[in-house]
Design a protein around this ligand. Structure first.
Ligand SMILES: [Ca+2]
Length: 201
């Protein structure tokens, strides 16, 4: 077991023990998630930089899963597998505890958005996957998010050193904005209003 896998296993086990100790019966088994589909609530958008840019990016694929656990596994290239835990809520707390780059050489979870406020996954999550974490000169700007997630985002967390996660009302980074540094539990006037994003170090 490599260091990363050992770390993940320890985090997952710790989160599981915490959940059992504090919320007990709330945990429930995740749904089957063998095949990603457009029908699942937990969607991973893969980003690639456009041309030689290190900041402007485009969505090159989107895969949706029935569980958050399966979406995290996809977004991290399999490096973070939390299928040992009993619920998406426990898995989310395990990911919360991870600092620095989360993923492998070519797949990193760089940001998370929730349809609901307060990181409640019941209405869906959007995970942003990219080939590199945020770092000096490297950011991930999405000038127009997919129509199925426009005007939905109500909470957010930047990951993988993307400590500034900016949400904009209009495409191409216009209109009102909500700056998450890196987390926003609520969005105020920007609730259900996001059309473009910037994930920056
Ligand atoms: Ca919403």
């Amino acid at each position: 077991m490599g260091n990363r896998l050992r770390f993940v296993a320890v985090v997952a086990a710790t989160a599981l023990m915490t959940a059992v100790g504090t919320v007990g019966a709330q945990a429930k088994a995740p749904q089957p998630d063998a095949a990603g589909s457009k029908g699942g609530l937990h969607c991973v958008s893969r980003l690639e930089h456009i041309g030689s840019s290190k900041t402007e990016a485009e969505i090159v694929s989107e895969t949706c899963f029935t569980t958050y656990v399966a979406a995290v596994r996809k977004a991290t290239g399999g490096a973070v597998d939390l299928s040992v835990v009993l619920s998406d809520g426990v898995a989310m707390r395990a990911v919360d505890a991870m600092d620095g780059p989360i993923g492998t050489l070519s797949s990193f979870l760089i940001g998370q958005d929730w349809d609901n406020a307060n990181y409640n996954p019941d209405a869906g999550t959007k995970l942003w996957e990219a080939s590199a974490p945020c770092g000096p000169g490297v950011a991930w700007n999405v000038s127009n998010i997919n129509p199925d997630w426009q005007d939905r985002i109500s909470s957010a967390k930047g990951k993988s050193n993307c400590d500034r996660f900016y949400h904009f009302e209009d495409p191409n980074y216009g209109g009102a904005q909500r700056n998450c540094l890196p987390n926003c539990a609520t969005f105020g006037v920007m609730n259900d209003a996001t059309s473009s994003l910037q994930m920056k170090p």
